[in-house]
Write a protein that binds this ligand. Structure first.
Ligand code: ADP
Length: 273
């Protein structure tokens, strides 16, 4: 039988529909693979601290708790393991929200100088254990007002400062500095003279669960999510994040923020660049 024009149109429609379905299926497959990889990573991350905690509890039940000194020591270690689990779960929760775009930022104007100081106060003890000096290169005695989500920026600063201590060397330094950029932008830098990162690792550094030195990171209690969280938060603010590092020399992580100006900044240039 001859193929009519109507049939040709119909065949085209069917083909188009089939193609659309194929693309949808491909997308779902990618999402499914991504989900599987994520779940695999998550269980792997949780297993080590869970086994550690279980180990201490089983040893205690096995009779070790008859000795009060050991009881105390092992309970403390088990508690540290639980603390670590909570930390990992919190990071997982945060990265899930960030990746799904479920985290609404609440913007306010706040003093970034004061925020850096408060984060330093939080990690002073941790730094002191490695005799690392936390220094704030401040020519600014005045407040610097920025427009951002304060709680999230505090998390960014915390993650970067904690990393600079974790991967910093004994008797080293962690320095934070703030500098004005053009127009209404300011840049915050966190610099250390620690173990540094070889160039080959830099492109993957901000991927979740990516670590240069796996055992080093786990020993330090890292979840492998810190930098991924940092990048998401900065990008959610539509700001920029940079890393400069060299193996055995040190690292500098920096990010931009919007400064609060008395008057709005208007770009009056005629030529576009
Ligand atoms: P982690 O929990 O492993 O610290 P992050 O996402 O915060 O996870 O960092 C990823 C990896 O990047 C770390 O495991 C470490 O190898 C490397 N890294 C991060 N910050 C620094 C730094 N300041 N100096 C050297 N290496 C770093």
């Amino acid at each position: 039988t001859p193929v009519t024009t109507d049939m040709r149109t119909l065949i085209k429609e069917v083909e188009k529909f089939a193609q659309q379905r194929k693309t949808e299926i491909e997308k779902l497959k990618i999402r499914e693979a991504y989900r599987k990889e994520f779940m695999g990573n998550v269980s792997h991350e949780l297993k080590t601290p869970l086994f550690t905690v279980q180990g201490y509890i089983l040893t205690l039940l096995d009779g070790a708790m008859d000795d009060p000194a050991i009881l105390d020591k092992y309970l403390n270690r088990a508690s540290k393991g639980v603390e670590r689990l909570i930390y990992i779960v919190n990071d997982l929760d945060m990265i899930t929200k960030l990746e799904a775009g479920d985290l609404n930022l609440s913007y306010t104007n706040f003093d970034i100088v004061e925020l850096v100081q408060s984060v330093f106060d939080l990690y002073e003890m941790k730094a002191a254990k490695k005799n690392i000096a936390l220094t704030f290169d401040m020519n600014y005695s005045n407040p610097i007002l920025v427009h951002a989500d304060k709680e999230r920026i505090q998390q960014v600063l915390s993650n970067l400062i904690v990393n600079s201590i974790k991967y910093g060397k004994e008797d080293g330094t962690t320095e934070v500095s703030i500098e004005d950029l053009i127009r209404n932008k300011t840049i915050v830098r966190v610099t250390d003279n620690g173990e540094g990162i070889a160039q080959a690792h830099i492109p993957r550094l901000f991927e979740r669960f990516y670590r240069v030195n796996k055992s080093g990171s786990r020993k330090e209690g890292g979840s492998g999510l810190g930098l991924a969280i940092v990048k998401h938060i900065i990008e959610a603010h539509h700001e920029r994040i940079y890393v400069e590092s060299d193996y055995r020399v040190g690292s500098e992580f920096s990010f931009t923020l919007e400064k609060v100006k008395k008057f709005p900044v208007v770009d009056v240039s005629t030529k576009t660049t």
